[in-house]
Design a protein around this ligand. Structure first.
Ligand code: AMP
Length: 420
C-alpha cells in the first residue's frame, strides 16, 4: 500500500511528499481508509508508530471542502508539548491546504489565544483544562465540530483529565466523527469508548509493547553513585542526544544542575517550569544546542525528536507502561535507540514487571573502570566538578569522569512526588 491508494487531495499529498513519507505505517494503513469513510475508531498503538498522521490526514481531507474560518476539528492532547507537536505536524502535512490550526493550552497568556481563536483556525489542538476555560468564557465555538480526536486517552486518565473531557464532550451537541487513540486500554477508557463512540472500528497495532528498535540494558548501582555513573555514561556517549528521566521535579532540576556544572549541555524539563522554558528545552534538544534533557515523565510521551539516541532512566519508572512510553522517545520510526536504566536493590519488583512486558531478561551491565565500591558519606552532599579542559577534549572528558567517581554525595532521597 502507498499513500496514493488513499486518494488524498493533491494539496495534502504535497505535504506527505514534502515530509518524505513513502509508505504508510501499519496504523496509517489501517486507520486512514476507515477514518476517510467517516467511521469512529479506537486505535491502540504503541508510541512512535505514526499515529499523528493517521488522524491528521483524514482530518485535512475532511476539511478540504466545506466552510473555512470556523473550528471544524478538535484534537484533545494531554500535554502542551504534544499539542504543539501535533500542530507542527498539521502545519507540515497541511502546508498547501490553507487549513489553519492552533494549539490551546494553559501556562501561557489566554488573551493571545482568544485573538487566535477569533481569527478562526479550522483545527484546534487543545489540552482539556484550558479548552474548558475558553468554553466558559465563550471564546471558542464548538458548534461546527465535525471530527473529534482524543489522543493519548490513557495519559489523559492518568493526569485526571477524564471529567474535563466529559464536560467538553457534553458541549458538542451535533453529530460528529470521533477517533480515540490510546497506548493502553484501562477499564475507564474502555467505558469512555463505549459511551462516546458509535460502532467504532478497533485497530490494534501489534501489542502495546516497547518499540522493537530499542535495545535495553540495566546498570545496577547504589543510589548515591547514580549521578557519577550517569556522567560516566554520558562521557562515553558524547555527541549524542539523550533524555534522562527522573521520578521527581526536584531531582530533574538537581541532576540537570549537576550536569551543567560538570560541563554538559544539559537542561531540565518538568511541570514546575514555565511553558517558555519547557519549550526552549525541547527546542534546544531538537536543534542540538542541548544534548542532555533531564525530565520527569512529562516528557515521556510528547517528544518526537528522531535524533534522540538514548533514553536513560536515572530512576526506574513507577510502572511498566511508563517504561514503554519513556523508551518510545528513542528508536522512533526505524531508527535504533538505547534504553538504559540505573537500578538499585529497591527496583527488583519493577524490573520484573518491565521484563515481563519485554518478554525477555534485560542484560545487566557495568561500566568498566567505574568504582562501584565508594561508600556514601554521611551528611555531606557531593558536588561534581569537571577537571579544567585539556587540549584533547576526549581525554579531558574521560579523566573528568574518573575524577567524578571519586567524589561522593549523601543519599538524601527526596520524597517521591506524584506530580510531574
Ligand atoms: P508519531 O507516532 O505520530 O509521533 O510519529 C512518529 C514519527 O514518525 C514522526 O517523526 C513522524 O513524522 C514520522 N512518520 C509518521 N508517518 C510516517 C511515514 N509514513 N513514513 C515515515 N515517517 C513517518
Amino acid at each position: 500500500m502507498n499513500f496514493n491508494d488513499f486518494n488524498l487531495h493533491p494539496c495534502i499529498m504535497e505535504g506527505v511528499n514534502a515530509l518524505g513519507y513513502t509508505e504508510p505505517t501499519p496504523i496509517q494503513s489501517k486507520a486512514i481508509p476507515v477514518a476517510l469513510q467517516g467511521n469512529d475508531i479506537v486505535g491502540l498503538a504503541q508510541t512512535g508508530t505514526g499515529k499523528t498522521a493517521a488522524f491528521v490526514l483524514p482530518i485535512l481531507q475532511k476539511l478540504m471542502p466545506g466552510k473555512r474560518g470556523q473550528v471544524r476539528a478538535l484534537i484533545m492532547s494531554p500535554t502542551r508539548e504534544l499539542a504543539e507537536q501535533t500542530c507542527t505536524a498539521i502545519n507540515k502535512l497541511g502546508k498547501k491546504t490553507g487549513i489553519r490550526s492552533i494549539a490551546v493550552y494553559g501556562g501561557v497568556s489566554i488573551s493571545q489565544q482568544v485573538i487566535n481563536l477569533r481569527n478562526c483556525a479550522e483545527i484546534v489542538v487543545a489540552c482539556p483544562g484550558r479548552l474548558l476555560d475558553h468554553i466558559w468564557r465563550g471564546t471558542v465555538d464548538l458548534s461546527h465540530i465535525e471530527i473529534l480526536v482524543i489522543d493519548e486517552a490513557d495519559r489523559m486518565l492518568d493526569m485526571g483529565f477524564l471529567p474535563n473531557i466529559k464536560s467538553i464532550l457534553d458541549c458538542i451537541m451535533q453529530k460528529h466523527q470521533t477517533l480515540l487513540f490510546s497506548a493502553t486500554m484501562p477499564k475507564e477508557i474502555r467505558r469512555l469508548t463505549e459511551d462516546i463512540l458509535t460502532q467504532p472500528l478497533n485497530i490494534q497495532i501489534g501489542e502495546t509493547a516497547p518499540a522493537e528498535t530499542v535495545s535495553h540494558a540495566l546498570y545496577p548501582v547504589k543510589q548515591h553513585l547514580k549521578t557519577a555513573l550517569l556522567m560516566e555514561i554520558l562521557y562515553q556517549i558524547q555527541k549524542e542526544s539523550v533524555i534522562v528521566f527522573t521520578r521527581t521535579k526536584h531531582r530533574a532540576e538537581k541532576v540537570a544542575d549537576e550536569l551543567k556544572k560538570a560541563g554538559f549541555k544539559a537542561a531540565s524539563l518538568h511541570g514546575n517550569l514555565s511553558q517558555i522554558r519547557r519549550q526552549s528545552a525541547i527546542d534546544g534538544l531538537r536543534r542540538g544546542s542541548i544534548k542532555v534533557l533531564v525530565a520527569t515523565d512529562i516528557a515521556s510521551r510528547g517528544i518526537d525528536i528522531l535524533s534522540i539516541t538514548h533514553v536513560i532512566n536515572y530512576d526506574i519508572p513507577e510502572c511498566a507502561d511508563d517504561y514503554t512510553h519513556r523508551i518510545g522517545r528513542t528508536g522512533r520510526i526505524n531508527n535504533n535507540g538505547d534504553a538504559w536504566t540505573l537500578v538499585t536493590a529497591a527496583d527488583t519488583g519493577m524490573i520484573r514487571d518491565i521484563e515481563k512486558i519485554l518478554k525477555s531478561t534485560i542484560e545487566r551491565k557495568t561500566i568498566q573502570g567505574f568504582d562501584y565500591t565508594i561508600a556514601a558519606p554521611v551528611g555531606e552532599r557531593v558536588r561534581y566538578e569537571r577537571k579544567p579542559a585539556r587540549s584533547d577534549a576526549q581525554t579531558s572528558r574521560q579523566s573528568a569522569g574518573r575524577e567524578l567517581r571519586n567524589k561522593m554525595f549523601n543519599n538524601r532521597r527526596p520524597a517521591i512526588a506524584k506530580a510531574i
